[in-house]
Design a protein around this ligand. Structure first.
Ligand code: AMP
Ligand code: ZN
Ligand code: FE
Ligand code: FE
Length: 288
């Protein structure tokens, strides 16, 4: 039996994953996972389909989202679990973030073209398959056209912050981001803090303290690429600041080669027991 494992960080074609929401859930069934959270960037459009497929296959699909938040320390990702996708305030704010994306994306195309790369926004939109457009779709087109040999190289040479094709986009602050998740009846969890602090820096603890004061509910203490030291540090911080543990692979299908649903690079195991405390926490905000 391996159906005690779950995955609380996944992406579908509704944002920048390569499996449709129902394909993702069917794949979770193949992997004998008991529950997954679908956490697409800035949107909830994949949730109905994923939840319906989960109902057919007997897999719990937790309605989630992944939002970027701006902080002087850098951009951070905050996951929302058990969000109510009918709340109008929440949907309005998501639309605002989607609009910011739609303004940013053509500017990335302009920058890449100014560098001599023959790429059009239509090609990028086609690569996204109709969902929300993100940087991995630009990377995919650059690979297809032979300008780079991998997604990773596309980010390194053109798309990552500081690279010549990078364009900033609007984000809410951490407090507003946590607030919008709570308003939607969801629990807010800080994802992969190492993207803020590449080393296991002392800077992380004050930030976690600040975010927990702002209402943060949990910390992603298991993640595909964490070292043992990172995982241990994040568990200690979660305990110290009474944050719930969460964990997931950040599965993106073919957009993140080597990261598998539920199992990450092979070692990842997130226990089903972590779902209930998150659900209870979310219920405390209203509507889960
Ligand atoms: P966006 O939200 O459109 O700015 O795109 C962000 C997404 O791009 C992240 O969620 C990752 O999936 C991917 N990404 C960001 N930085 C990198 C990187 N250095 N290498 C590979 N993928 C990345
Ligand atoms: Zn992504
Ligand atoms: Fe992320
Ligand atoms: Fe993610």
């Amino acid at each position: 039996m391996n159906d005690r494992w779950i995955d609380l960080h996944t992406h579908s074609t509704a944002s920048d994953g390569t499996l449709t929401p129902s394909e993702l859930v069917r794949y979770a069934a193949d992997k004998r996972l008991r529950a997954i959270a679908l956490t697409d960037h800035d949107g909830v459009d994949g949730l109905d389909e994923a939840i319906a497929e989960g109902g057919r296959l007997g897999i719990e699909v937790i309605p989630g989202v992944e939002l970027s938040a701006d902080h002087p320390a850098g951009a951070m990702h905050i996951l929302g679990f058990f969000v109510n996708r009918q709340r109008t305030n929440f949907l309005d704010r998501l639309r605002h973030l989607q609009q910011a994306r739609n303004e940013r994306n053509p500017r990335i195309v302009q920058k890449l073209r100014a560098l001599g790369l023959k790429i059009t926004y239509e090609e990028v939109r086609a690569a996204s398959g109709g969902g929300l457009v993100g940087r991995p779709h630009f990377a995919k087109v650059l690979v297809q056209k032979g300008y780079v040999s991998s997604m990773q190289e596309a980010f390194e040479r053109y798309l990552k912050k500081g690279a010549p094709g990078y364009v900033e986009k609007f984000r809410f602050g951490p407090q507003e981001t946590i607030g919008m998740i709570h308003e939607a009846g969801g629990a807010a969890v800080l994802a992969h803090p190492f993207t803020l602090f590449k080393e296991d820096s002392d800077d992380l603890e004050p930030l976690v303290k600040e975010l927990s004061t702002a209402g943060l509910d949990g910390l992603e203490v298991i993640y595909s690429t964490y070292s043992h030291e990172q995982s241990r540090l994040y568990r200690e911080l979660a305990e110290k600041y009474e944050l719930l543990p969460s964990g997931g692979s950040d599965f993106h299908g073919a957009h993140k080669p080597g990261i598998d649903l539920g199992f990450g690079q092979g070692q990842l195991r997130v226990p089903f027991e972590w779902v209930e405390p998150l659900r209870r926490k979310a219920r405390g905000y209203g509507v889960a």
